[in-house]
Design a protein around this ligand. Sequence first.
Ligand SMILES: C[S@@+](CC[C@H](N)C(=O)[O-])C[C@H]1O[C@@H](n2cnc3c(N)ncnc32)[C@H](O)[C@@H]1O
Length: 183
Amino acid sequence: MSKTPDFVVNIIKMFWSPGKKILEIGCGPALLRREFGKDYTGVDIISDPYSLDLLRDVDIVCSADNLQVRDNSIDIVVIKSAFYLFDSHTNSLKESLRVLKPNGKLLIFDYNKRTQKVLQKKEGHNRYPCWTQWDLKKLVQSNGFKNVDLLLAEDKPSEKLRKTYRLLKNEFRGTWAIVCGTK
Ligand SMILES: C[S@@+](CC[C@H](N)C(=O)[O-])C[C@H]1O[C@@H](n2cnc3c(N)ncnc32)[C@H](O)[C@@H]1O
C-alpha cells in the first residue's frame, strides 16, 4: 500500500501533539490514520473503493462544503491532494473555518500550477484550477484565515530570503502548493 510522503507527516507534526484532533477532508484511503491513530478522522464525499486493491477508509461520508462535524471541534484540518477537486473552494474553506477551534490550523497540500497543467495534459482535460502557491494563499486569506503562509516540501524551516528563492524555484520545478492558515 502507498504511504503519505514524509514531508506531509513532518509538516502536520509541526502543529500536532497527542490528543489534538485532526480532520482530513477528502481522505480517500486515509493513509494518515496510521500516523495519528485515534486523533485522526477522515471525511470523504464517497466511501466506495477506488478499485479492488485500493479502498477508501472513511469515517464520515459528507462533502467538503457541508461537513457533518461540530463547530469548533477540530485542532488541525488537513486537505491533501483533494482541494482542487472540491466543487466550491470558498464554501469548503468556510466549513473548515467553522469546524476548527479558535487558533486551529488549516493545512492544504495541493498541486501547484506546473504540476496541475502536466496532469491535465496527460488526462486530456482542463477541469481543475491551476493555481500558483500565491493564488492559493490569497484564496485562503480571503476566506477568513489569519497568519496565512506558504510552506515548502522540506524538513528545515529556511530563513526568509532563502525561502523566497525556494518558493520561486518550487513554482517552476516543484510539485506542491502548501498553505497553512490559522482560525
Ligand atoms: C486524490 S484523492 C486524495 C486522497 C488522500 N487525501 C490522499 O492524499 O491520499 C482525493 C479524494 O477527495 C475526495 N473528494 C472529492 N471531492 C470531494 C468533496 N467535495 N468533498 C469531500 N471529498 C471529496 C475524493 O473522493 C477522493 O477520495
